[in-house]
Design a protein around this ligand. Structure first.
Ligand code: PEP
Length: 262
């Protein structure tokens, strides 16, 4: 069966990188490449400090703006936190939730992920919910068990209507920032399982429309064959998104694979 028709979705997570000048230069270079990538949905996810600056450069380009995290309350005495309404006000349409670096270094759990997913939806933001197994879990044959637990707890009790606003990103922890990419078969096996799980929970329509990204050391080489897989709808790119040429090349490779499907 061919993959459900969706535009390739390519998101660049800049992590904790970039002065304002660097963010401007990177965003401008991606905007310059945008006409060649017109068939894809492109999303930039800069650090909080650069959101407004990058958002200004993206105005009218069709490239989306996202944030790397949010807090689950909408406002109040929570020093250091950023809320959904603040991100919305800064021009964001998307927000990462549960990135493995947040889980690893900042105590993010499936329970806090569920609260943040709710907060994002309440603010009219689409959460991109990240999950993936550790190397230890994979080697112990517990990948699917880990994914199911993260999905069940992290998505909480969302209704079928709400899941349409949620994107999922399968990011095996052993592949993030390590230079080690999952093979297309490894990524597809998990992502097909995820779609099946969504179908059981929310029905065929929401499951086939769901955007499921792959993330983990995505580079231009290899992105074509990953995108060819039926259940890979795009990429969450970390390191390579800091290089406008590499990021644009990843999107171009996904578009090349996508065109062949048509
Ligand atoms: C990420 O930050 O989500 C990511 C996948 O990083 P990298 O591409 O560097 O592995």
């Amino acid at each position: 069966m061919a993959k459900a028709r969706k535009r390739p979705f390519i998101a660049g997570n800049w992590k904790m990188h970039g002065t304002l000048a660097e963010a401007r230069a990177l965003a401008s270079a991606i905007v310059a490449a945008a006409p060649e990538l017109a068939g894809a949905d492109i999303l930039l996810i800069p650090p909080f400090t650069a959101l407004t600056e990058v958002g200004g450069l993206l105005a009218g380009t069709g490239i989306g703006l996202g944030a790397q995290d949010l807090f689950w309350e909408d406002g109040g005495a929570f020093t250091g936190q950023i809320s959904g309404p603040m991100l919305k006000d800064a021009g964001c349409r998307f927000v990462l939730v549960g990135h493995s670096e947040r889980r690893q270094y900042f105590g993010e759990t499936d329970e806090t992920v569920a609260r943040k997913v709710r907060a994002a939806l309440r603010s009219g933001l689409s959460p991109i919910v990240c999950f993936g197994e550790t190397l230890e879990a994979r080697e112990a044959g517990r990948t699917i068990e880990r994914i199911d637990a993260q999905l069940d707890r992290g998505l909480g009790d969302l209704a079928a209507g709400e899941i349409a606003s949620v994107l999922l990103a399968y990011e095996p922890v052993w592949a993030i920032g390590t230079g080690r990419t999952a093979t297309p078969a490894q990524a597809e096996e998990v992502q097909a399982h995820i779609r099946g799980r969504l179908e059981e929970k929310y029905g065929n329509g929401p499951a086939s429309c769901a955007i499921i990204l792959y993330g983990g050391s995505v580079k231009p080489s290899g992105s074509y064959s990953l995108f060819k897989e039926k259940n890979i709808d795009g990429f969450l790119v970390g390191g390579a998104s800091l290089d406008a040429g590499a990021f644009a090349a990843i999107a171009a490779e996904a578009l090349r694979a996508d065109r062949e499907e048509k």
